[in-house]
Ligand binder design. Sequence first.
Ligand code: ADP
Length: 719
Amino acid sequence: MSRIASVLIPMPLPEAFDYAEPEGMALAPGDQVVVPLGPRRMTGVVTELRDGTGGNRPLKPVLERRDEPALPAKTVEFIQWAARYSVDAPGWPLAIALRGSRAPKPRPERLVVATGVLPARQTPARAKALAAATAPMAPAALAQAAGVSSGVVKGLIDEGALELRLSVPAVDYPEPDLARPPQKLNDSQAAASAALAGMVEAGGYQAALLDGVTGSGKTEVYLETVAAALAADPQAQVLVLLPEIALTQAVIARFEARFGVTPAEWHSGVTPPRRRRAWEAVATGRCRIVVGARSALFLPFAKLRLIVVDEEHDGSYKQEEGFIYHARDLAVARAWIEGASVVLASATPSLETLWNAETGRYRWLRLASRHGAAQLPDVSLIDMRETPPESGKWLSPALVKAMAETFGRGEQTLLFLNRRGYAPLVLCRACGERMTAPDTDSWLVEHRYTGKLVCHLTGFSMPKPKACPHCGAPDSLVSIGPGVERVEEEARELFPEARVAVFSSDTVFDAEAARTLVAAMGAGEIDILVATQAAAKGHNFPNLTLVGVVDADLGLRGGDLRAAERTYQLLAQATGRAGRHERPGRALLQTYLPEHTVMQALKAQDRDGFVAAEMAERELAKLPPYGRLAAIIASGPDADALEGYVRALAAATPNAEGVEVYGPADAPLGLVRGRRRKRFLVRADRNVDLQGFLAAWRARARIPSSVRVVVDVDPYSFL
Ligand code: ADP
């Protein structure tokens, strides 16, 4: 009986295509195969096999099966589920899932081994080299180990006493050592840990929220959940998701301390050969712990038993380009598909997650206080209307005084400002022109280190001009507002003897740079760290006792759905860096809105009060988590074609109960890379099949070739 293989190709195509299975190929779902697509040969994955032929249109045959690990059935199921959820082509998430198997293989190394043949002429140096050649090693390593020159080793190779071999570096993901003693947990940690261990031991899909203030030991607790999952099943695999590459090193170090082995690391900073190794080890079940960024969620786990999403509230879990998804939401879906447990950890959980905990969908485990003697910092507000900084400065007298006291005690300060560069805006004093990118509706940010004006949206950059490009006035461009570089400048002026450093994605661009800076901070080699959110979360700096928030109101401007929630989370995390060890910490928030609910809640450290107020507002407006949102964003270089399309789409809006459609409207970012942008916003009741609605709607209007349409389910950005 001939069979038809449905093959999904890692490209934005709407569905899998059918091919004929050649005699004797004996394909199975998940196999990686090569198939013809038009004139091209493409690698895809078999999603389904069924009996039959193509009918009167003969199908093209599968060309070959690749000698690569197959994708496990649950991984394929997850990919298809994710595509449906995002109302997007399944080839997109497949492409993410296959990324590791496409990376180049690790290159073979040249190693020498002793052959047992003795050289014709023996010398003391040769004897030393042969004596040291007890195991295969690189020629240079052998020369070094024996204390001889590389010429000696080469001579021995020439004479046949040593033989050169090519060898692919061994994949080394040794078994985690579960017998190592865990930390002694305090009572509330032990209670949470026991509940989570019970959950993973029971097996099947289970979800929990590990809700504990900063420094309460959430990491300690979930390390024990990982231990329980690994112990419950000798093949079990665990995935730990982190929002920032900058956090991976610290978390990996804690895994090393707990289990004596290094977990596989998965993020954009990992070299392709290492990714390839990790991918294969995950697919074949040889690697049991993965610590990674959001895309690790698409790895082909052979037997995934536990997913931990650390800092689950973090906005960087939302992927906004290409395949749009929220890694926290997909983590829960993946756990459900795999029959695994998922633990969401945070000191400031998202409202969505809190709602799931409140309604009993997730178990809710709370850690109310910091571990040991450490106390939560004192938080106070600095009313910038009453005690403003000097003109042209950004740090108020009260904050400067606190910094001086902290520095005087030999302790560290973190100045938090979530803005890269020197100044967010450059304008001409003569004509008032604001410097914007040529093809994008956004201000150019001044970067003094590089002397450039940069568009943070598209990466466009240009040298800062000497004269205004608009009116030609010389030396008329002024920098408006502060970024981290400008605050650094001010801190250096105020405290010339202090060691000041900046932590932002411009100064810390990879895991190595992050590790270096975090280590320097931990070792007390920095007195004042000026940082964006890259440093505001997760880290533990024992001697950090003062956190100054330069502009606490920043995130509230523009006010989208989550502005208050996000500001609360970010500032609670940032202030939570202070006083994590024995020394008490304090946090000062500079604000022009001291009466704002967010500021009051931060000051009183009343998260529950803040959440209750915010939930009530959302409920009234039927917004998430009480309703669902989606956006459709259409863009194109041709204004008429775009306008025609959005009108046609608006006219084709299906009538559906419990759904409201707003728009089309010009997007706040109306022009990006020369493409105009229009948006629709959809609000739906929770019981509506929002994805079905969106798919049906989009299919009703023909998309002109110059127009690109993106569906964003549960949008986090409204720009
Ligand atoms: P969180 O993840 O909640 O921010 P961590 O797990 O990072 O908290 O814990 C904060 C600090 O307290 C860390 O330095 C951690 O090693 C320490 N700590 C937490 N719990 C314990 C414990 N039971 N025994 C020893 N140290 C602990």
